[in-house]
Design a protein around this ligand. Structure first.
Ligand code: AMP
Length: 182
């Protein structure tokens, strides 16, 4: 099963994604984690990506699509995975559609977690990540509205989108996610 997990920064995607991959027994593919790993490994990719990430901007599509293309060659992903933090714009979504269709394994579902913006800022300021400063947070939320939210429409048009209420405890939210996938 190939699933895309979409939600604004601070929606609790990371925590929920981890539980969902455990439930479904599929690998977790987080472009944010892969990019942070590249930075800590000091690779060329990491060097190119780090300034964008520190500024809360999207890393250029060709870099992100390069990582995804490489990751999809792993036999562990033959039957499915959960994409987390990808696609972040409509061009990435179209590229993913192309990659998966060419393999004969189109997306099964897109799950959106919805949380209101005051709650998001509160949650983001409580985390301790270097890219969670007030300026970067507001920029990341803006990028989400301008670039990532249109991805939801792209998938709604394909009849793949399911929206889950992300307010409440992590357990409440996971119960709702579970109902969508089962
Ligand atoms: P995340 O861990 O998903 O919140 O991602 C952290 C940062 O990594 C983002 O603010 C972007 O700078 C970068 N990033 C992660 N995924 C993508 C993507 N699919 N496209 C572009 N940039 C990304």
């Amino acid at each position: 099963m190939f699933i895309v997990f979409i939600g604004p920064p601070g929606a609790g995607k990371g925590t929920q994604a981890q539980q969902l991959v455990d439930l479904l027994g599929i690998p977790h593919v987080s472009t944010g984690d892969l990019l942070r790993q590249a930075i800590s490994d000091g690779t060329d990719l990491g060097k190119s990506a780090s300034a964008y990430m520190q500024a809360g901007k999207l890393v250029p599509d060709e870099l992100v699509l390069g990582i995804i293309g490489e990751r999809l060659e792993d036999p562990a992903l033959a039957k499915g995975c959960l994409f987390d933090g990808f696609p972040r714009n409509v061009d990435q979504a179209k590229a993913l559609d192309g990659l998966l269709t060419a393999r004969g394994t189109p997306l099964d579902m897109v799950l959106e977690i919805q949380v209101d913006s005051d709650e998001l800022v509160r949650r983001l300021l409580a985390r301790k990540r270097p890219d969670d400063t007030p300026e970067t947070i507001s920029h990341r939320l803006e990028v989400y509205t301008n670039e990532t939210a249109p991805v939801l429409q792209h998938y709604a048009d394909q009849g793949l989108l399911k929206t889950v209420d992300g307010q409440g405890t992590p357990e409440d939210v996971f119960q709702r996610i579970r109902q969508c996938v089962e």
